[in-house]
Design a protein around this ligand. Structure first.
Ligand SMILES: Nc1nc2c([nH]c(=O)n2[C@H]2C[C@H](O)[C@@H](COP(=O)(O)OP(=O)(O)OP(=O)(O)O)O2)c(=O)[nH]1
Ligand SMILES: [Mg+2]
Length: 140
């Protein structure tokens, strides 16, 4: 089966808020023709040959959502088997960036609160991300 490494950025709003619970997350909608199409995602993409996951993260977030990552931390790695593809997601928490996040490839995108994340359909592999964010008190 096809195996791919993917860099994924959980981008947190940089507003100077007092409570973690108030922080917002930037999410994008995958296009209908992509793998796991029409689902929402944390922006990111495939790690190219010769790239580290962190380098891929910076490149993909510039391409897809127009930001420059200034600070990030590794959150977790998730291996997941879809019927047609095996993915390893290298998930980072992006805590500082410059630029205005937007769907730079024409995709639908939005900032949502931690509580609102539950209202969006993500690929199955993302359950573990939402669980970890909840454990860290970043979403409910
Ligand atoms: N970006 C992203 N990908 C995810 C998430 N959850 C999840 O299972 N995936 C899977 C779906 C895809 O199989 C893979 C991402 O690959 P991709 O095809 O979007 O990579 P890419 O951005 O390089 O896309 P492309 O230019 O080839 O269309 O990871 C997520 O939250 N964000
Ligand atoms: Mg992508």
């Amino acid at each position: 089966m096809k195996h791919i490494d993917v860099a994924v950025g959980v981008v947190l709003s940089s507003e100077n808020e007092r409570h973690n619970q108030d922080r917002h997350f930037f999410i994008c909608k995958r296009s209908a023709k992509q793998h796991q199409g029409d689902k929402w995602e944390f922006p990111g993409g495939k790690v190219d040959a010769g790239e580290t996951p962190e380098q891929a993260l910076a490149r993909e977030l510039t391409e897809e959502i127009n930001i420059d990552v200034k600070s990030c931390e590794a959150l977790m790695q998730i291996r997941h088997d879809y019927v047609d593809k095996q993915v390893c997601l290298h998930v980072f928490l992006v805590t500082e960036f410059t630029g205005q996040a937007r769907g730079a490839e024409g995709q639908e995108s939005k900032w949502v609160s931690g509580a609102e994340l539950a209202n969006y359909e993500f690929p199955d592999a993302n359950q573990a991300i939402l669980h970890t964010l909840a454990q860290k008190g970043l979403c409910t």
